[in-house]
Design a protein around this ligand. Structure first.
Ligand code: PXL
Length: 264
């Protein structure tokens, strides 16, 4: 296991999403992983499983990045939940300190526990400061609508339009995930690399969202890129992995199941 992959993201205490899911996906795909925590999310079972969100101090995030990047030669990083504009400042600065072969951005825009005004500022900072640094971005249906400024995404053509608009914001590769929100029998993703559009489609496994699917998808792309796989093939591995992970999902005491990262 000589390939190494890095993730900068939040902790999600039930193990379904966040850094916990990312490191499992890395391991499952044969890549040595290390993670930097940006925030700690603890769902609240007493309050409708809303998110209790605690950001990590910016200086502590910088310390973790220093430790990881000094200890290892890293050229592929995944960014998950960043959560505040202070965190975005620290991560932007750290990313710019070295060259990256790939920066995979899962643009986690919303966390149920966040105050709406602060969340909007965070979204703006993410778009202005981090999107242009991403080589691959993996928005879900909601994130794609927000980033592309589209009222609705109802068809594969809409997914393609969203991917083209988000590409114009800076990322080289845009993978828009239709997920359960796109009407129809299939889970459809669209990959736009600035020239070509590739449509990936597989039958939906039910209509319920599964926790950690988005994290696992971007983490699997990251692990494959760390191994030297090209982006198109990495996206296909990620889709296969998430499909398997949703098929074998873990039923929990929360009102949602958790994805189980399993190599395809
Ligand atoms: O699935 C999005 C996500 C990412 N990162 C963290 C989370 C969640 C959702 O709960 O808690 C830390």
């Amino acid at each position: 296991m000589t390939n190494r992959a890095y993730v900068i993201a939040g902790s999600e205490a039930t193990g379904g999403a966040g850094v916990q899911a990312d490191l499992k996906a890395f391991q499952e795909l044969g890549v040595y992983g290390m993670g930097t925590l940006t925030c700690i999310v603890s769902y609240d079972p007493k309050n409708d499983w809303n998110h209790r969100f605690v950001p990590i101090q910016p200086g502590v995030i910088a310390d973790q990045i220093e430790a990881a990047t000094t200890c290892h030669d890293l050229d592929v990083v995944k960014l998950g939940m960043l959560g505040t504009s202070d965190t975005i400042d620290v991560v932007e600065e750290a990313l710019k300190r070295q060259e990256w072969r790939h920066v995979v951005l899962d643009p986690v825009l919303i966390c149920k526990g966040q105050e709406p005004g602060a969340a909007l500022d965070t979204d703006k900072a993410l778009t202005a400061q981090i999107l242009p640094l991403a080589t691959v971005i993996t928005p879900n249906h909601f994130e794609a609508r927000t980033l592309a400024g589209m009222e609705s995404i109802d068809t594969v053509d809409d997914l393609i339009e969203a991917a083209r608009r988000i590409h114009a914001l800076g990322p080289q590769h845009v993978v828009v995930k239709g997920g359960t929100e796109l009407p129809g029998p299939d889970a459809v993703d669209v990959h736009f690399d600035g020239e070509d559009v590739t449509v990936l489609s597989a039958p939906k496994i039910g209509e319920e969202r599964v926790s950690g699917a988005g994290c696992t998808f971007a983490a699997a792309i990251t692990a494959e890129l760390a191994k030297g796989t090209d982006v198109g093939a990495a996206v296909q591995v990620a889709k296969d992995m998430v499909r398997e992970g949703i098929t074998q999902r873990l039923i929990t005491h929360a009102p949602f199941a958790s994805v189980v990262p399993i190599a395809p």
